[in-house]
Design a protein around this ligand. Structure first.
Ligand code: XMP
Length: 501
């Protein structure tokens, strides 16, 4: 199969670049400059951006074998500056910063297909003089060289990032480079990703045992089904029921069983409720749940004697951590979403690490996982505990479970569920006066939340149709006598977070 080699100089966007090449239908391989090797399948090379300056004493270099091979090369940002530096041009150190959306004029119709566009810039160093063998093909409104190509048409450079969605026409540029200049054939499909990961896991894991904590979320389900294809019965799945699940989560072991995966259900709800007794502070709730989960999981892990731990980490979980690449700058530490202990002496298996959420859904569908699982809304690890305001009591969790079932089923029935990124209900620790059957009522208040979002980092409240809201509200108050009032949350994130606690 034809492939594109991406040389990673530590850009935050390297995996996004790899994903864009996959979108074009071409297999892409990400390597560090030290490990970059060519094969006859490699039809072209893309040098990523990166946090360094070509003048840094430890600056990562352009591998000579790539230049000698004669395959087309595209350098992006640092990648372009590296080409300029190595081919005899001059890079100017940090005088003209361009960051964010910038207007750029283009002088190569075939490559850009337009005379100007808004593009995403993120650079401190810039090009002062091109090498003799190169010509300028793009310039920013500030007069900075934004694109170049060698006169023989083999090597290209862009100072901006075509892979980010803010760059208008960025995909067109990448497509032209990959399909027309490199002549790579679009032969890659998600099935190939699945097969290569399965083979990779077979080699890595051999006959050892793998333990997985399954939650029924999209990522952990897809990771589990994929890994089961690699190691079969050596995958041992544990589902810890902390009693803070929605009704639909309790069905998870059955759903997985239908997919051929047996799950050991550990009912630890009594322990969780005991440990949560008297706690109202949201952070403390999270801490207690995390610690209790670890204790229960460790106990089960000991019985299984596993060598590997499966985690459904996806690329957005690691994108800003130093772990995103061996060459990238540390922006912030990644917080462990699974909440599992570090000192368990288990080696990690993370087969979805390079994929974005929507790609995970496509992979899941190629593995035969039903849409009803793949399109589920996210659900937080601490579960309903952070949706019951105040102390977590069994009877209040039960009310919320019933409210949630009504809310979710009406959203699904009306077709609204798939238009929403995440929807849930919250049981407040306030009561309010009402009138039911000519009698004074003093019931609980429930808040409904629904948000539109891309990755949960920012979110807007969902413009729910009024008729549907009315139906949801009246069904809840009709069917659940202890609830007297329903409110709809119209807060964006920021300033609010998606969850209430
Ligand atoms: P916030 O409330 O921070 O939520 O705006 C953003 C997204 O993350 C989910 N979330 C969590 N997921 N463990 C998780 O696995 C957690 O502790 C946790 N807290 C929030 C939340 O549901 C939303 O999708």
């Amino acid at each position: 199969m034809d492939e594109m080699l991406i040389v990673d100089y530590g850009s935050q966007y390297t995996q996004l670049l790899a994903r864009r090449i996959r979108e074009i239908g071409v297999y892409s391989r990400v390597e560090t400059p030290m490990s970059a090797t060519l094969s006859e399948n490699v039809k072209g090379v893309i040098l990523s951006g990166g946090p360094q300056s070509v003048y840094d004493s430890q600056a990562l270099k352009l591998p000579q074998n790539l230049v000698d091979s004669g395959v087309p090369i595209l350098g992006i940002c640092y990648g372009m500056q590296l080409i300029v530096h190595e081919f005899g041009g001059v890079v100017k150190k940090g005088e003209t910063f361009e960051y964010g959306l910038t207007r750029v004029n283009f002088f190569d119709d075939a490559f850009f297909k337009t005379s100007s566009s808004n593009v995403w810039m993120s650079h401190g160093d810039s090009i002062e003089r091109l090498p003799d063998a190169f010509m300028k093909i793009a310039e920013s409104e500030m007069g900075v060289i934004a694109g170049m190509r060698s006169k023989d048409g083999k090597v290209y450079g862009l100072q901006f990032h075509p892979e980010v969605s803010q760059t208008v026409g960025g995909m067109r540029i990448l497509e032209y480079f990959v399909l027309n200049l490199c002549k790579a054939k679009p032969q890659w499909k998600m099935e190939d990703y699945a097969n290569s990961k399965i083979e990779e896991m077979k080699r890595k894991i051999g006959n050892s045992k793998v333990i997985a904590a399954v939650s029924g979320g999209v990522d952990s389900t897809v990771a589990t089904v994929l890994t089961a294809k690699a190691v079969g019965k050596n995958l041992k799945c544990i589902f810890v029921n902390h009693g803070l699940l929605r009704k639909e989560d309790e069905e998870v072991p059955k759903v997985l069983s239908k997919l051929g995966i047996e799950v050991k259900v550990v009912d630890a709800s009594k322990l969780f409720f005991e440990n949560l007794e008297g706690i109202t502070d949201p952070e403390k709730k999270r801490k207690v749940i995390g610690e209790t989960f670890i204790r229960v999981f460790e106990e089960e892990a000991k019985k299984i004697n596993a060598d590997f731990l499966l985690q459904g980490t996806i690329y957005s979980d690691v994108i800003e951590s130093a772990a995103a690449s061996s060459t990238s700058a540390k922006i912030k530490s990644h917080h462990n979403v699974g909440g599992l202990p570090k000192e368990m002496n288990l080696k990690l298996v993370e087969p979805l690490r390079e994929l974005f959420k929507d790609e995970v859904r496509v992979l899941g569908s190629t593995l035969g996982i039903p849409k009803s699982v793949l399109n589920r809304h996210p659900f937080p690890g601490p579960g309903l505990a952070i949706r019951v305001m105040g102390e977590v009591k069994y009877d209040r969790v039960k009310i919320l479970k019933n409210v949630d079932e009504i809310y979710t089923s009406l959203l699904k029935e009306s077709g609204e569920y798939d238009k929403i990124w995440q929807a849930f209900s919250v049981l407040l620790d306030t009561r309010s006066v009402g009138v039911k059957g000519d009698q004074r009522a003093y019931g609980y208040v429930v808040a409904l939340r629904a948000v539109d979002s891309a990755e949960g980092m920012t979110a807007s409240w969902h413009k729910m149709p009024y008729d549907l809201l009315r139906r949801i509200s009246s069904t809840i108050t009709d069917k659940i006598s202890s609830v007297g009032r329903v409110v709809y949350d119209v807060s964006d994130k920021p300033p609010a977070t998606i969850e209430w606690e």
